[in-house]
Design a protein around this ligand. Structure first.
Ligand code: IMP
Ligand code: MG
Length: 182
């Protein structure tokens, strides 16, 4: 019998868009590409909490340039499935980024509004270079003119969960990316 009480509701895991194997394969390709591009330089990976943690930790294991990691946490005002572009920093970077090669690692770029804010904030701190690596993008939704240097997968305009992506803080631990079912 279907449960309706909060916390015991039936899991809303729909169609799998990116399997665990495809994730592993693509992340290894991205790691090789980034390692080639940054050869001879030191990289600072900036993961955007919380969703990017899973992607970042897998990606980092495929990098063979010297790299460090730091995190930033932001809250984007809006509904649980739509961001407004009004962003508040909940946790700032631990280290200054002036003169450093910074690669922002994001789980997903939807409208691009959050990323556009992050880029503006970090660019003002005068890094040697600033680029973006996003596991997923939704090209149909992009409303901001942000350049994403590395993209894992382009996906259709569906709300997705898993591999770091949440719905109401849940489902991050799924090893694949799936659509949120009704
Ligand atoms: P944007 O500002 O519209 O690009 O949204 C950015 C943030 O919204 C992402 O970093 C995610 O935290 C969240 N988000 C956007 N689309 C999805 C989705 O399909 N599933 C889960 N979270 C999402
Ligand atoms: Mg996020």
């Amino acid at each position: 019998m279907a449960q309706t009480t909060a916390g015991t509701a039936a899991p809303r895991i729909g169609e799998v868009l990116v399997t665990e194997d495809r994730l592993a394969e693509r992340i290894s390709e991205l790691g090789a590409e980034i390692s080639r591009d940054y050869e001879g330089r030191e990289l600072l990976l900036v993961g955007i909490l919380k969703g990017a943690v899973f992607f970042l930790s897998d990606l980092m294991r495929h990098l063979d340039v010297p790299c460090e990691v730091d995190f930033m946490a932001v809250a984007s005002y809006g509904s649980s499935t739509d961001s407004s572009g009004v962003v508040r920093i909940l946790k700032d970077l631990d280290v200054p980024i002036q003169g450093r090669h910074v690669l922002i690692v994001e789980d997903i770029v939807d409208s691009g509004l959050t990323l556009s804010y992050l880029l503006r904030t970090m660019r003002a701190r005068d890094p040697a270079s600033l680029d973006v690596c996003a596991l997923l993008t939704k090209p149909d939704r992009l409303r901001s003119n942000v350049a994403i240097r590395y993209t894992g997968f382009e996906i259709p305009n569906r709300f997705v969960i898993g591999y770091g992506l949440d719905y109401g803080q849940r489902y991050r631990q799924l090893p694949y990316v799936a659509v949120l079912a009704d």
